[in-house]
Ligand binder design. Sequence first.
Ligand SMILES: Cc1ncc(COP(=O)(O)O)c(C=O)c1O
Length: 390
Amino acid sequence: MSRFNEVKERTGTRSVKWDMTEKLFKSNEVLPMWVADMDFQAPQAVIDALTERAAHGIFGYTITDELVEGTIYDWLKKQYDWTIDTKWISYSPGVVPSLHMIVQALTKKGDNLLIQTPVYPPFYKVIEQHDRNLIQNPLIYQDHRYEIDYEDFENKIVENDVKAFILCNPHNPVGRVWTEEELKNMADICLKHDVLIFSDEIHADLVLSGHKHVPIASISEEINDKTITCLSPTKTFNLAGLQASYVVTANEKMKKSMDDTFLAQGMNMLNTMGITALEAAYKHGEEWLEELLKVIEDNKNYAVKYLNETGQIKVIEPEGTYLLWLDCTKMGMEHEELKSFMQETAKVGLNDGASFGKEGEGFMRMNIACPKATLKEGVDRIVKALENRR
Ligand SMILES: Cc1ncc(COP(=O)(O)O)c(C=O)c1O
């Protein structure tokens, strides 16, 4: 049996996804298909490396040495043909903590920061919690596909004297993997108006066939000089609980400000297990990742087919991520009614579309990174609940 078919019990492991079902969805019968982690075991090489490290039994302060840096360098080179200087690397427990630090380090209270909505909810928080102002450049939704509204992008930047743009690439939740041309168009506008780019590329490795991830900073030296890129093996290899990520910043001044901000919070190292997992995943995880992408593609095709066949849900065809953005507007329900339909009638635990912004009303987000049996169960519950509605 493929390792991706095994339904592994996660309840009782303090899993956010599985052990909070009752609390979040008011019933233990709800099938959790929400938060972005996977119901798959990490690559065997990662499990082995962690087991070996755990057996050593001493878990003192741990360094991220040149071997770890070399592993990151090799990964970025091989996966995206991006040649970095290892001096550009900083470490962080997560991409969300990095975004908080970056916003604090490189913008000031009252500054205007731009995001493309609907988008990953912490982007709103990262701006608002530090008393920066939120400027929104809604994506254009047409023919069940999302595009960039460049005119609005530039107008919003100019009208509001925007200082920084937080980019999500690949985009959560709409599943777009921005092309080099799209990225270049946005970057050119940013360069023209002196806007910094904070690029969240945590889903970079989760790109479906026919698409390619381009790190925005890799496009040109000028863009690289204005960009901070947040990356991590945690989404790719299902290591989120190990909290190990990194940030790539070529601009020395910007990097120093960010590093100083991290230090001012006493954050100067990663945890031992996180480092061990990062290294093992990047060194030995490629084959596992190839297999994973096939599984996600297959799950995607299954969910798209059966959900679209209902005629009441339209799945936005993702180019990347394992998150499906479901357009449920044809169901003709108010948003709150839609949420309770999914939770109470279909008994599936999805992410509330409106939590990604007001453009997400009438939408839900579904995590399909699970064994086929779990996916079938989730899709079937929705399909049956819709049939019974007729
Ligand atoms: C776009 C995006 N950024 C960041 C994160 C979380 O990153 P971390 O766990 O490293 O803080 C997620 C998780 O779903 C995400 O989708």
